[in-house]
Ligand binder design. Structure first.
Ligand code: PMP
Length: 354
């Protein structure tokens, strides 16, 4: 029996996907080989790659003037690739800082460009009206969902500038309007598939302007010109991502995912808000649907909470060390039964220890 795994990433994958991968582990599509033993240039694997992109385009309604790149190096390498592909030395860019992942992006970009940190907040999204964007900013960078505290944008600043957004922990969780962004990027290991793959969705006119010293494998043009196969891609991660995109389609798309995700998150927030035992520090209007953080009013009970939840088959609820408390990461693959089990465990725990 599989546990309910609330890890922030790598995270739970849909059971149907895991079973399909298991069934075809030794012999993929009657090739007599595992998909991970097949050449990435074989016609079978190329067909997988094309279908994977088509399915992602379909579920995210990606317009034709956007390219989809499957890249190496996780979301973190894009922290560097973004300024290298979008700016020249001496340029200015704007970053909104909403926590640890924003800070990491800022730190990396600061090595290459003048970064203007337009606003900072850890437990809310700063008020757009109070931000002063640089007149000549090449782009505005946001972290759409801060995985550690659980803060998620519900709207975007009104601007004619290019918005570049880190979607690592919220991609595919709800419908978005891709055209609102110049670049959307995400590591795979939360809502896409296993680690080892990252996705960049980029408006086509933003490709081809990289600095001359950009490493080949960080230049978006390289991926665009070579169907993301300039060198050997992480084929097994691609394969599992392709199964996850098919699974999302079968579930009714991101529209259906959103309905379920909102309901799942609300069950937890409602419990926490109604309790004198647990609390959540995030401004309610921007609470994440994917990473629900909560703290125990008595932190001396944290260890016991984690021990007992683990015994109940509810795993990885410990919050990130920089923020503390608890965190339930409830990506698309977390079944609603996992939320119900957690809610019931939390109520029992409160009853016993309040
Ligand atoms: N951005 C966000 C919002 C994240 O949550 C993470 C991973 N937890 C990253 C970036 C870094 O991703 P990767 O490990 O794929 O580089």
């Amino acid at each position: 029996m599989r546990a309910f795994n609330f890890s922030a990433g790598p995270a739970m994958l849909p059971e149907e996907v895991m079973r399909k991968a298991q069934a075809e582990f030794l012999d993929w599509k009657n090739t007599g080989m595992s998909v991970m033993e097949v050449s990435h240039r074989s016609k079978e694997f190329m067909a997988l790659a094309h279908k994977m992109e088509a399915d992602l385009r379909e579920v995210m309604h990606i317009p034709d003037n956007y390219k989809v790149l499957f890249v190496h190096g996780g979301a973190s390498l894009q922290f560097t690739a973004i300024p290298m592909n979008l700016t020249q030395e001496g340029d200015t860019v704007d970053y909104i800082n909403t926590g640890v992942w924003s800070e990491k992006a800022i730190k990396e970009a600061s090595r290459y460009v003048n970064v203007n940190e337009v606003a900072t907040s850890e437990t809310a999204i700063p008020n757009f009206d109070e931000m002063t964007f640089s007149k000549d900013a090449k782009y505005i960078h946001i972290c759409q969902n801060e995985t550690i505290t659980g803060v998620e944008y519900q709207s975007l600043p009104k601007t004619d500038k290019i918005i570049v957004a880190d979607f690592s922990s919220t991609i595919l969780s709800r419908p978005i309007n891709v055209s609102d962004y110049g670049v959307i990027y995400a590591g795979a290991q939360k809502n896409i598939g296993p680690a080892g793959l990252a996705i960049v969705i980029v408006r086509e006119d933003l490709i081809g302007n990289a600095r001359s010293d950009t490493p080949t494998l960080m230049n978006w043009q390289t991926y665009n010109d070579n169907e993301s196969m300039f060198n050997t891609p992480s084929t097994y991660a691609w394969y599992l991502a392709s199964l996850v995109f098919e699974w999302i389609k079968d579930q009714g798309g991101v529209e259906k995912m959103a309905e379920i995700n909102q309901r799942k998150a609300n069950k937890l927030y409602e419990l926490v808000d109604a309790s004198d035992f647990y609390y959540n520090e995030i401004e309610p209007s921007v609470r994440s649907w994917m990473n629900v953080t909560f703290k125990l009013k008595n932190p001396e009970l944290d260890t016991l909470f984690l021990e007992e939840s683990k015994k109940a088959g509810l795993l990885s609820l410990k919050g990130h060390k920089v923020y503390g408390g608890m965190r339930a990461s409830i990506y698309n693959a977390m079944p609603e039964a996992g939320i119900d089990a957690l809610v019931s465990f939390m109520k029992d725990f409160e009853e016993k220890h309040a």
